[in-house]
Design a protein around this ligand. Structure first.
Ligand code: FAD
Length: 410
């Protein structure tokens, strides 16, 4: 017996999958979400959210819930991890909000995920099915029949795959090679802010700071209304090979030459688990015959611009907009969605790689970086207009500036 056809089927209940489901539900569509994990939840620690994503979260009706426990940094600062000196700051207070319409905020990932999940449930239009690992996909042209490890099958004329970096559906549509291993790994976790401050490791209590050094960096920012500090330490494992196999010792050795503030943070960081940093070069071809990709499945990127989840959130609004514009024609809607998204997400992917090079530069390059950044005014937003002024709904963005400026300070 063939399974009943579902209007919209989403594979993956991460931030990308839930945002897509919610955006479609807000437009009156019925959506089923299949998630392989036994419960819908998000692991990991903090997440930075730029105004480009806040604009969408606001339209989806979840911004208030997401920001209830968020922290709003007043500055984004780059510091030299070795000397401790401040290299540059971007003010993210009133002037930033005036320009982009929203503040920059940092949240616990679980809080953002929980707000999307609650809104999906409350919509009454999203059926959330945990414990459904999709193992087979058979194209229907349009759509697909998917089979799960538990033996259930689900049929749809419109399949949206939000199954992340190692997307099974991407393999079917594009069939490209494995994601690119950057050689960098990230350690991340939260620490009570009082503990960090007490140990002398909190230089920017009201802001977000990135300590940059040769082949390494440490990001610190408060979350949960400032009760916790989220830390992400990233090292190049091709450069820092000492103690490979012992995560704690390798991390400590990599940061041995950094200033005391940084070393305090590193000592308080959970080193029991670490994440390899992968991305892919931009490609097209992620929409075909009623099947499409969103989020990391479509455009995985390095985390250096803190935009992976933000781009997934943008995807949701553009996708719902194209579905509305091509009512009843999922293949046309998905093709139009990809045509709008690919140039944008491709630019973010490649800029994230470039920004990573700038963060991790060594020797004379680091000196040049310092002297170039010294001329950057803290309220000069032209360098981030292209990223933060973007309006995924296609309406007028808050910022008046044309999106033609270069993204990297120079
Ligand atoms: C260290 C680090 C820091 C980051 N910081 C930021 C930041 O500050 N700001 C930001 O915007 N982004 C950040 N990102 C990126 C962000 O985490 C990701 O881009 C985002 O979580 C991608 O969401 P997604 O829903 O597309 O994929 P995922 O979060 O990977 O979700 C995929 C979901 O699909 C499910 N799934 C997979 N396969 C199947 C299957 N076969 N069947 C059923 N379900 C399946 C998985 O269980 C999972 O729930 C960071 C990333 C890293 C690594």
């Amino acid at each position: 017996m063939s399974p009943a056809t579902h209007p919209f089927l989403v594979i993956g209940g991460g931030i990308g999958g839930l945002a897509a489901a919610l955006a479609l539900a807000r437009d009156g569509h019925e959506v089923r979400v299949l998630e392989r994990a036994p419960v819908f939840a998000e692991v990991g620690a903090g997440l930075q959210v730029g105004p480009n994503a806040s604009r969408v979260l606001d339209r989806l009706g979840v911004l208030e819930a997401v920001t209830a426990t968020a922290f709003f940094p007043t500055t984004l600062t780059l510091r030299d991890a070795v000397s401790g000196e401040r290299l540059v700051s971007l003010e993210t207070g009133e002037a930033f909000e005036k320009r982009f319409g929203y503040r920059y905020f940092v949240a616990h990932r679980a809080d953002l995920h929980a707000a999307l999940l609650a809104a999906c449930r409350e919509s009454g239009r999203v059926e959330l099915l945990p414990g459904k690992e999709v193992t087979h996909i058979e194209p229907l042209r349009p759509g697909a029949v998917v089979r799960c490890a538990d033996g259930s099958t689900h049929s749809t004329g419109a399949l949206i795959a939000a199954d992340g970096l190692h997307s099974r559906v991407r393999g079917l549509l594009i069939g490209d090679a494995d994601p690119v291993d950057s050689g960098y790994v990230a350690y991340r976790g939260t620490v009570p802010i009082g503990e960090l401050a007490g140990a002398g490791g909190l230089r920017e209590p009201h802001g977000m700071v990135i300590w940059v050094g040769p082949g390494l960096h440490l990001v610190q920012y408060p979350v949960r209304r400032g009760e916790l500090c989220n830390q992400v330490a990233t090292i190049d494992t091709r450069r820092y090979t000492q103690h490979a196999g012992d995560h704690r010792a390798q991390l400590r050795a990599a940061f041995a030459a950094t200033c005391p503030d940084v070393r305090v943070g590193i000592e308080l960081l959970d080193a029991s688990r670490r994440w390899q940093m992968f991305d892919r070069a931009p490609v097209t071809g992620w929409s075909r015959e009623g099947i499409t990709l969103v989020g990391d499945a479509a455009h995985p990127m390095l985390q250096y611009l803190a935009q992976g989840a933000c781009q997934a959130i943008e995807d949701s609004m553009v996708l719902a907009g194209r579905v509305a514009a091509h009512a009843g024609d999922a293949p046309a809607a998905f093709a139009a969605y990809e045509a709008l998204r690919a140039p944008r997400t491709g630019r973010v992917q490649t800029t994230a790689r470039t920004w990573g090079e700038i963060l991790h530069v060594d020797g004379i390059g680091a000196g040049l970086r310092a002297s170039l950044l010294a001329h950057q005014a803290p309220d000069d937003y032209t360098v981030v207009d292209w990223l933060y002024a973007f309006d995924a709904a296609g309406g007028p963005a808050a910022a008046p500036a044309p999106l033609t400026t270069e993204e990297i300070p120079a």
